[in-house]
Design a protein around this ligand. Sequence first.
Ligand code: AP5
Length: 188
Amino acid sequence: MRLVFLGAPGSGKGTQAAKLREHFSIAHISTGDLLRAAVAAGTPLGLQAKAVMDAGQLVSDELVLGMLEERLAKSDTAQGFILDGYPRNIAQANALDGLLGRIGQPLDAVVKFEVPSEVIVGRCEIRYAAEGRADDHPDTVRKRLGVYAEQTAPVADFYKARGTLAVVDGVGPVDEVFQRIVAALPSR
Ligand code: AP5
């Protein structure tokens, strides 16, 4: 099963990807987690990415694609993968098409999480208080929501036009949202 999770910051992509990874024994690839690991390790990529991430903006397409290509080459993707946080704009969606075409691994579905902005701001506020993630500060969350509306929301139309988009209500208990996702996926 090869999936993309699309959704605004805080819509639950990472939470649900962790559950789905167990359910289907597939890899969970979060470009945000890969970038945060690069920042923590102080790699050249991490040093370039940090200020951009803290400002709630998108890291350059080229950097993220290189990182993703490297990650997809690992053996744990053999049974499939969930891309959590990629693609985030139309250029990335086209780049992903090219990359998956080259490695012969087309997507099975794209799941879009629908969660109202006020719920998202509340969730990120709770996480900010608990974990102190810099981009969860309410001002930065509002910027991230703006970037999502401008650059990432059109990606849903890109996949809708191909008939691979499943839209899921992301509000409610985590296990209920999970059941909705499983029900929305194509049967294997
Ligand atoms: P990234 O880490 O991808 O952040 P995001 O998409 O903004 O995702 P979040 O982790 O905030 O939210 P999520 O949807 O995964 O929700 P989660 O499950 O964590 O990206 C960070 C930054 O990296 C970007 O801003 C950008 O700078 C850069 N970046 C990443 N990918 C990039 C790319 N492709 N191109 C360029 N730049 C890129 O849940 C959020 C919170 O809500 C948690 O505390 C969780 O416990 C809680 N929660 C989850 N589900 C529920 C529920 N059902 N009910 C109540 N609470 C819930």
